[in-house]
Design a protein around this ligand. Structure first.
Ligand SMILES: Cc1ncc(COP(=O)(O)O)c(C=O)c1O
Length: 457
């Protein structure tokens, strides 16, 4: 790569590319990294520098970049059929994928409706739920419930059930108002409570809402076990178990948004499995195509499917996206599911998850850190308020310091997390733990007057 290329790519990008989730003016200080190649967990920029993708490219990548098996499956499919619409037509990759997903849910969720991005899968689940109640003559069931700090995407329907003020505030007038209930976030436990206690307390609040408003509620949507964009807030599976019971009792649909937590992230293939429940709708995206191509879907039950199965067109689910069930994306997903099976990935991740904990052992006793937590392949901690207060630009600073350590991380506010692909070996995991520690030291030591005195990393 020539040396004139890097700055030219970045400046051309800044002229024409409007980046997601970004105040573009901040790129005056921190230009985007121009990635030209990926291999395994490593990304190479246009200067030839290499970075470990510790956050799986926004939680999408499972088996590394340029994975030979996924590459070869897509290349083969490319020579068969690259894309064809799914209305009136079907194709082997989407059939195989739907069958596999049905069997992974033990056929509780045997019907897959496809889209491209996560938010669209959420839209589908919300619309299907609403439409189901309408068909069933319960037209008053139009409201949705979500958790405090929830994140379900940024199209208008998905944003309506997202409780992140920064994302919502400009669009409030366009959004419908959900009921927002207490999060079972284990960090909310009082001194006398453990994670289960706080989860049960949160479930009581959900119950009270259902008692009062259940007749107008269509569905409760939740990110099971980990509210990822909501600062990696983790909760006990008992909440989900209780939520399922309450949804049954009050005739409310349960939507498990597994877009971030599905596909093995939390230790089981579906996070819902840890609570021993199946929702009425389960949304997947991100990892399902291994981080290769936009693919999302909403799985649902026979009961829901049958309600739409009728002689009248209007009773059908008349929702579509042009790239619904794209064959290349489905092929990538099928390749991923086959890797899960042949490589015993969930078993391997049990070891990896312990290695990740060991690599971050330092953080458990670090006075600058609190709320150390881990669920499967997601590890997170918060920077203690005394330190956080002095570093308003903490997340950007840590991002940059981590790049110096050859790590790509993207803290959420004062929450630091890693969510790497499922291919790191012990040495690479240790490299990640050491690098985050060094980056944190460099970031926090840049403060002149910190309240806690000496840094004791
Ligand atoms: C739980 C959850 N739901 C929905 C979405 C939206 O997915 P997408 O960004 O593909 O629209 C995300 C994205 O981070 C997510 O984490």
């Amino acid at each position: 790569m020539s040396s004139s290329l890097p700055s030219s790519w970045v400046s051309r990008s800044l002229q024409s590319v409007w980046h997601p989730c970004t105040q573009m003016k901040q790129h005056e200080q921190v230009p985007p990294l121009c990635v030209v190649k990926g291999e395994g967990a490593w990304l190479t920029d246009d200067q030839g520098l290499v970075f470990m993708d510790c956050i799986s490219s926004w939680w999408t990548n499972l088996f590394g970049h340029a994975n030979p098996r996924i590459n070869s499956a897509i290349k083969h499919q490319l020579d068969q059929i690259e894309h064809v619409m799914l209305a009136g037509l079907t194709h082997p990759p989407v059939i195989e994928l739907s069958e596999k997903l049905a069997s992974l849910t033990a056929h509780h969720l045997g019907h897959a409706f496809y889209a491209s991005d996560g938010a669209s899968a959420v839209e589908i689940a919300l619309k299907m739920s609403h439409h189901f109640w309408r068909i069933s003559g319960q037209t008053q069931k139009r409201r949705f419930v979500c958790l405090k700090g929830s994140y379900h995407g940024e199209t208008l329907g998905a944003l309506s059930v997202t409780d992140v003020p920064l994302f919502r505030q400009a669009y409030g007038e366009l959004l419908s108002e959900p009921f927002i209930v207490m999060s079972p976030d284990a960090r909310g436990a009082t001194a006398e409570e453990n994670a289960q206690d706080v989860a049960l307390r949160a479930a009581l609040e959900l119950e009270a809402l259902f008692q009062k408003e259940g007749t107008q509620i269509a569905a409760f949507i939740i990110e099971p076990l980990v509210q990822c964009a909501g600062q990696m807030a983790m909760h006990s599976p008992i909440y989900l178990k209780r939520a399922r019971e309450l949804c049954d009792q009050y005739a409310v649909h349960l939507i498990c948004d597994e877009i971030a937590v599905g596909c093995g992230r939390t230790g089981t293939f579906f996070a819902s499995e840890q609570a021993g429940v199946w929702p009425d709708f389960l949304t997947l995206s991100k990892g399902i195509s291994g981080g290769y191509l936009p693919l999302s879907l909403s799985l649902t039950t026979d009961t829901i499917y049958q309600a739409f199965y009728a002689d009248t067109m209007a009773q059908g689910f008349l929702h579509s996206h042009s790239y619904t069930g794209n064959p290349l994306a489905c092929t990538a997903a099928n390749a991923c599911l086959s890797i899960f099976e042949t490589d015993h990935v969930l078993l391997g991740n049990q070891t990896r998850s312990k290695q990740i904990e060991a690599a971050f052992e330092w953080a458990k006793n670090d006075a600058r850190v609190q709320n150390f937590r881990q669920t499967g392949m997601i590890l997170a901690f918060d920077v203690a308020p005394d330190w956080a207060l002095q570093h308003p630009s903490f997340s950007r600073d840590l991002f940059q310091q981590a790049l110096r350590e050859r790590l790509l991380i993207r803290p959420i506010g004062h929450t630091v997390y890693v969510m790497p692909p499922y291919i790191l070996d012990e040495e690479q995991i240790a490299f990640m733990g050491r690098g985050v520690k060094a980056a944190l030291n460099a970031t926090l030591s840049s403060s002149k007057n910190h309240a806690l005195g000496e840094i004791k990393p």
